[in-house]
Design a protein around this ligand. Sequence first.
Ligand SMILES: [Mn+2]
Length: 279
Amino acid sequence: MIYIIGDVQGCFYTFLKLAANLPTDDEIWLCGDIINRGPESLKMLRWVYRNQDRCKMVLGNHDIHAIAVLSGLRAAGKMDTLYELENAPDRYKLLDFLRNQPLIRTLHKVTMVHAGILPNWDLETAENLAQEIQKGLQGSNWQSFLQNLFGNEPYKWHQDLLPHDKYRFAINVFTRMRYCNSAGELNFQEKKYPPSHILDMNFRPWFELYNQKAMQNLKRRLSNLQTIIFGHWSDTDLINQAYTIGLDTGCVWRRKLTAVLIDTKKPEKREFVQQMYID
Ligand SMILES: [Mn+2]
């Protein structure tokens, strides 16, 4: 069986304590932002590297930022806690490990991603975009490819976007999205949940739009019923809807780290395991 764990962000001892409460035969999947802002990024990343057989991850915005910092493309910010990692003797091995990680992982009807999937996309579109970006990050020109991924624009999805615009939009969806609308536009200004003011252009939390669409598809007996498990948005606390599960319960803000067993579909029957912050 597989447990998916929310944003660890370098809270390594909280993670170890939660993992100790999960069956040792089970796989652990991490839904991104495994490092940065918390105290023990280097220990966390080394643990995930050593336990690759049992532990799988997807990249979050903080993991991608760390790739850029380790490769000299971006400077570490004031809030970053990457200093130990930047100076570790095994930093290049860990850098290569990180940039070879995917953006989404799918098992049957469950998909794990750090921030989300655009409600307008079907799973195939999302998987193709994620694979193309992954190829770019693994390729020989990965540094210039990565450099082109940073930025907010374009704000609106269109299938005919130029490649770099398309990849920048897609990585923002996979690793940074919070609010979007049914026209496929992103809003990076609002981060609060619920929003701090009334949003124009019908912006809504992406997972509510996605869940609504999946419920409509269920009524119409369509097959597009993928459940999305995500992190990234600690303001929302635990989200447990029919087709979306949000696991960022604010560990890095000294709240909780949450795991969910990939198993039953019904929200009331899902098994969650939580650990209070202890780092
Ligand atoms: Mn994040």
